[in-house]
Design a protein around this ligand. Structure first.
Ligand SMILES: *[C@@H]1O[C@H](CO)[C@@H](O)[C@H](O)[C@H]1NC(C)=O
Ligand SMILES: *[C@@H]1O[C@H](CO)[C@@H](O)[C@H](O)[C@H]1NC(C)=O
Ligand SMILES: *[C@@H]1O[C@H](CO)[C@@H](O)[C@H](O)[C@H]1NC(C)=O
Ligand SMILES: *[C@@H]1O[C@H](CO)[C@@H](O)[C@H](O)[C@H]1NC(C)=O
Length: 262
């Protein structure tokens, strides 16, 4: 697929996503990355990828996070599985199973592959990436609708994001921060961030800072926005999207656009 085709595909997918009822599981990925600079060069690497995926599924499904590695020197594979911390063990498990099934098919030739769902993220690579902040590839989703009172919104969103970022790096948080802020009688902003749990608190803070620093480029005054990096997930919306869900509020999103960066 060309980049344009990919963008179109993601655009249609994003539009579709926003039409889904809030309670349903996301069954299609938000995006994936196959690194063409790191292709599979021997069959042992493929075998090791399968071993790593199996171990990640076994270990992460309960706890929401795992790393695994398999192989030796020339064919060693490192893998990481991360669920969003607010998601149930069942949803985490089915999300990761889906991710592990699709990723090798989406990236059949690459030894560095990553896939993002709303509830989980899965990645493997022949390079040891554990503990490293990686914002080299990112996916941005935003609601095409803009807020009213943009200046006051920016200030309120900034405060909310500061709060959830602090939570995410607090001891015991496991990289998750979430919260809400009442913007007006009718509008509440919901924010959530999740770092991969292999990161130190400092590295987590760094990833989140890079994501939020990109808000002006992709999210400015938007009614909702998502930043998907390999090391952290950042999202805000004007409807509740994280668990426990507030079922009394309905979803107001309409459509979204996506950009893949770089
Ligand atoms: C890896 O494979 C892709 C797709 O087959 C190809 O376009 C790319 O040039 C390859 N990369 C290298 C470094 O050989
Ligand atoms: C992950 O699973 C493997 C077996 O598949 C086990 O040996 C290992 O201890 C597990 N690691 C963790 C952190 O649970
Ligand atoms: C792709 O893989 C190469 C080789 O491992 C690495 O240097 C590069 O940073 C990767 N690209 C991204 C966007 O991570
Ligand atoms: C929202 O604002 C952007 C930037 O100012 C503008 O390009 C876009 O058309 C606006 N969206 C709507 C739905 O009005």
């Amino acid at each position: 697929m060309t980049t344009t085709q990919k963008l179109l595909h993601l655009f249609y997918f994003a539009t579709f996503l926003f039409l889904l009822p809030l309670s349903s599981n996301c069954t299609d990925p938000l995006g994936n990355f196959c690194n063409n600079s790191n292709n599979i060069t021997n069959s042992q690497t493929s075998a090791n990828i399968n071993k790593v995926l199996a171990e990640l599924l076994a270990n992460a499904s309960g706890s929401g996070f795992a790393t695994a590695s398999y192989g030796s020197k020339n064919d060693q594979v490192f893998g990481l599985a991360q669920c969003r911390g607010d998601v149930s063990a069942d949803d985490c498990k089915s999300c990761l199973a889906d991710a592990a099934e699709r990723l090798p098919t989406l990236c059949p030739k690459q030894a560095d592959a990553r896939i993002w769902f709303d509830y989980c993220f899965l990645r493997y690579d022949t390079q040891d990436f554990f503990g490293e902040v990686d914002t080299g590839f990112g996916i941005f989703y935003w609601n095409v609708e803009n807020v009213t009172e943009p200046e006051r919104f920016d200030a309120e969103l900034g405060k909310l994001m500061d709060g959830v970022r602090k939570q995410a790096v607090a001891p015991g948080s496991r990289g998750l921060g979430k919260g809400e802020s009442k913007f007006s009688d009718f509008v509440t902003i919901y924010g959530l961030v999740q770092c991969t749990e292999d990161l130190s608190r400092l590295s987590c803070a760094q990833c989140l800072a890079i994501a939020v620093a990109n808000f002006p480029n992709f999210c400015l005054h938007r009614k909702g926005c998502r930043v998907l990096y390999s090391s952290c997930y950042v999202r805000y919306e004007l409807y509740p999207f994280f668990f426990p869900l507030d079922a009394s509020k309905s979803m107001v999103g309409t459509s979204a656009m996506t950009v893949v960066h770089p």
